[in-house]
Design a protein around this ligand. Sequence first.
Ligand code: NDP
Ligand code: PMR
Length: 398
Amino acid sequence: MAVQAASLVSAYFSFAKEGKPGMSLRNTTMFGLSLEDALKADFSSLSFSCKREFQQKVCPLRVQSVATTPGVTKASPEGKKTLRKGSVIITGASSGLGLATAKALAETGKWHVIMACRDFLKAERAAKAAGIPKENYTVMHLDLASLDSVRQFVDNFRQSGRPLDVLVCNAAVYFPTASEPTYTADGFELSVGTNHLGHFLLSRLLLEDLNKSDYPSRRLIIVGSITGNTNTLAGNVPPKANLGDLRGLAGGLNGLNTSAMIDGGSFDGAKAYKDSKVCNMLTMQEFHRRYHEETGITFASLYPGCIATTGLFREHIPLFRLLFPPFQKFITKGFVSEDESGKRLAQVVSDPSLTKSGVYWSWNKASASFENQLSQEASDADKARKVWEISEKLVGLA
Ligand code: NDP
Ligand code: PMR
């Protein structure tokens, strides 16, 4: 099978050489490396240190003298107190990982999922088609590519009167074939603007709400990725993530007086996505350093596996979309289904053994979770602080 997949890939490469006129090599190179290089690569870098820590540390239930969230516990007929439903916001829950996670959580009957989506109708249809029980979800409008929309979402959410127990920053866009940058409503390059800055503002604002919740385990989860981590083979596929000295971010990523790229370099859509994932992972750790001790909130990131069938690759050329799933299934063996990835993220939301804060979760071949190592850049505390400080200026918090 590996041989068949390999021939598919090499068939692609011969096609790519004759790719569309005007398309750059970057745009037409499907897997970023020649297959020969890929096969020569040291796959031992994939063997992560798999020490799984069964952290049974459950955050202490904080007793509050003033009930901030009515109906936190209710008496069962036997008089015992039962835990109320958890309330979780998932951004980008209209497809892929976000939808699968919403389904996995809602089906337990223990969670109410707020699907924070830019396309209200699409999200409603997706929830119905996935069979998510009506009473277990609410769709609310959120466009992360607009800071006004983020603020409006937070206001609307607060007006709904629901508590916030877990926030999942999941939505993302990826523009691997774009030759020119596009921008958010506030003028930031669209992938970093959406994936990082939109989520940065959202999570900073909603921290207050998480902090008010009296749910036993409150969590803020930001989805990361292997491709932002240069300590892995996948993270070494060019273009590699690299935030440099952050000069582009400091300049506002507007592509006018400064570069649209965080490191100040020329625009590359695939790199912008990977850079945004590094920002996501750095942000999670900076939250942990600043707020975990004080609030008890768990801050976590994860790599859910390669979900090669999702809409994330919608902007890629059709042949990539055709070959990427078998490449990941049969060659790298990093493929996971949307269902499986949803169960993984649902674990990070609700599993009592995953309450440790500051962790980047991954799963081994047997689908057991373990604490993974981030690359040097993605765990650089000084860079995390600088990204935080620049980002808070860009989104109007400082
Ligand atoms: P999808 O494209 O299926 O899902 C992305 C979601 O983000 C969609 O619901 C999309 O909405 C939403 N979204 C995009 N832009 C905005 C915006 N401006 N405002 C609000 N929502 C928006 O991709 P995946 O499920 O694969 O991606 C989910 C997460 O998983 C991402 O963070 C990605 O980086 C991460 N990831 C994915 C991997 C993979 O292999 N697929 C691997 C590692 C990490 P709409 O439906 O309207 O387009
Ligand atoms: Mg990658 C060896 C393991 C492995 C894994 C787990 C992934 C995950 N990838 C691996 C290897 C390789 N990839 C190799 C050897 C190549 C070169 C042939 C390769 C190429 C490649 C491309 C061109 N891979 C890609 C792309 C994309 O466009 C995807 C991407 O980078 O999106 C940002 C991608 C991915 N590979 C992954 C994962 C999870 C992705 C999806 C994106 C993401 O990180 O969210």
